[in-house]
Design a protein around this ligand. Structure first.
Ligand SMILES: Cc1ncc(COP(=O)(O)O)c(C=O)c1O
Length: 479
């Protein structure tokens, strides 16, 4: 009696990424109420700079009270009646659009500007990505995405649109960088599956890698979409989180520097943005599509009626983002805090012999735990993940949930908890790794004893007495 959409499982809810969240919900860590609970390190949330937003709100009470600034005039009725779903420019909240494009430029060091007329507001990047899929792909058409990628893409890009994802297989050998051969191979794979490739989607900076794309990779991508005559979606939701070098290069910088603005290629490049990560406001659902193609802007605006940003949210955020002194301080202080947290996690893991991919952005590290696997397989990865969730009490995301092609990598988030909680998490990891090493030593020792005892049975008596004597001596040395 129900639609196939309801019964098909392309939503991806049964991935270990979401299962980890469910386990966390059942037994969430709380310093006081549940100190042995699971610590949530599988959620890319930015809680490091809330105090800055809160103090802005305290200093600007009119904005949150929906009064016109420095007046007692309420705009409650205006906001309550404001309707933005016709997609007609006259009805758009231009002030908010202008504030948002200015903020986007500021994040990019003002090297590029964005035209507010090319911006479509959406309920978060989730809605922006899906809307773009509806605009660019027919059911059964494919987008190529470098692996590992954000697990939510299976839901956002495929589930309701019927579009397909074909992975661009990236490897740890070159730090999971995009190469020309990986792009070509993915394109070939799609053709083999009789899928029409409509574009490439990248996340820059990457979730889950925590790295930003290099100029070389961006150039490759632009060349690739030019020759194949396809689209490029650049999800730049983490653009404001780049906390150390190399600095962020937006796809817009590349188009501008290569004199490609106002060309056909430029029209096939679309940017996704959101305030969920940079400002840490995922609950407000503020996202956007920036497209250089008027037809996409027009269609996406019509579609945006299925996922609008409420008028009071737009009002509040236009007040916050129009405060240039605030945005400047916020961006630099937020980056500083992210950098410090990132270092804490990397160094904490280093002390236990766990290494991270060198990152410069994001709210997470891409962590190499290959040496802790019982076998070099995805079964081995899941086995380790279950131990980490249930025994260690940390919810982290296994690489397989991000479609990583190599087992043993995990995404570990660091910005959604207090410093004390992160320290506790590191202590838990340390005692887990130590206990694993101890167990491994014991079992190796036991194996050695077994092998020796098997051997002694078949050896003459004089060999046995010699070896026994030697073991006693070396045992004494060890002590
Ligand atoms: C790469 C990427 N795109 C989109 C989203 C969805 O963001 P939003 O909360 O704005 O819908 C996320 C959230 O984690 C993400 O990591």
């Amino acid at each position: 009696m129900l639609s196939t959409k309801v019964t098909c499982n392309s939503h991806g809810q049964d991935s270990s990424y979401f299962l980890g969240w469910e386990e966390y919900e059942k037994n969430p860590f709380d310093e006081v109420k549940n100190p042995n609970g699971i610590i949530q390190m599988g959620l890319a949330e930015n809680q490091l700079s809330f105090d800055l937003l809160e103090s802005w709100l305290q200093k600007n009470p009119d904005a949150a009270a929906f009064n016109k600034p420095n007046t007692n005039q309420s705009i409650f009725k205006e906001l309550a009646l404001f309707q933005d779903y016709h997609g007609l420019p006259a009805f758009k909240n231009l002030r908010f659009l202008q504030a948002l494009v200015r903020f986007m430029s500021e994040i990019r060091g003002n090297t590029v500007t964005f035209d507010p007329n090319n911006l479509v507001l959406t309920a978060g990047a989730t809605s922006a990505n899906e809307t773009l899929m509806f605009c660019l792909a027919n059911p059964g058409d494919a987008f190529l995405i470098p692996t590992p990628y954000y697990p939510g893409f299976d839901r956002d890009l495929k589930w309701r649109t019927g579009a397909e994802i074909v992975p661009i297989q990236c490897s740890s050998l070159n730090g999971f960088r995009i190469t020309k051969s990986a792009l070509d191979e993915a394109y070939k794979q799609a053709e083999k599956q009789n899928l029409k490739v409509k574009g490439v989607l990248v996340t820059n900076p990457s979730n889950p890698l925590g790295t930003s794309l290099s100029l070389h990779e961006l150039d490759l991508l632009v060349n690739f979409i030019s020759t194949k005559n396809i689209h490029l979606i650049s999800d730049e939701i983490y653009s404001g989180t780049v906390f150390s070098s190399p600095s962020f290069i937006s796809i817009m910088d590349v188009l501008k520097n290569r004199n490609l603005m106002n060309t056909d290629v430029c029209k096939r490049v679309h940017i996704v943005y959101s305030l969920s990560k940079d400002l840490g406001l995922p609950g407000f659902r503020i996202g956007a599509i920036y497209s250089n193609d008027d037809r996409v802007v027009s269609a996406a605006t019509k579609m945006s009626s299925f996922g609008l940003i409420s008028s009071q949210t737009q009002y509040l955020l236009s007040e916050i983002l129009s405060d240039k002194t605030f945005t400047k301080t916020y961006l630099s202080e937020n980056r500083r805090r992210l950098k410090q947290r990132h270092e804490m996690l990397v160094k904490g893991l280093q002390k236990t012999g766990i290494r991270c991919l060198q990152g410069n952005a994001g709210l997470f590290c891409w962590v190499d735990m290959r040496h802790l696997l019982s076998s070099d397989t995805f079964e081995g990865e899941l086995e380790l993940w279950e131990k980490i969730v249930y025994e260690v009490g940390l919810n982290i995301s296994p690489g397989s949930s991000c479609h990583c092609s190599e087992p043993g990598w995990f995404r570990v988030c660091f910005a959604n908890m207090s410093e004390e909680t992160l320290i506790l998490a590191m202590q838990r990891v340390k005692s887990f790794v130590d206990s694993m090493a101890k167990k491994n030593n014991q079992s190796r020792h036991q194996q050695l004893l077994n092998r020796n005892s098997r051997r002694t049975k078949s050896l003459p008596k004089w060999v046995f007495s010699l070896s026994f004597h030697h073991r006693e001596v070396s045992g004494a040395d060890e002590r």
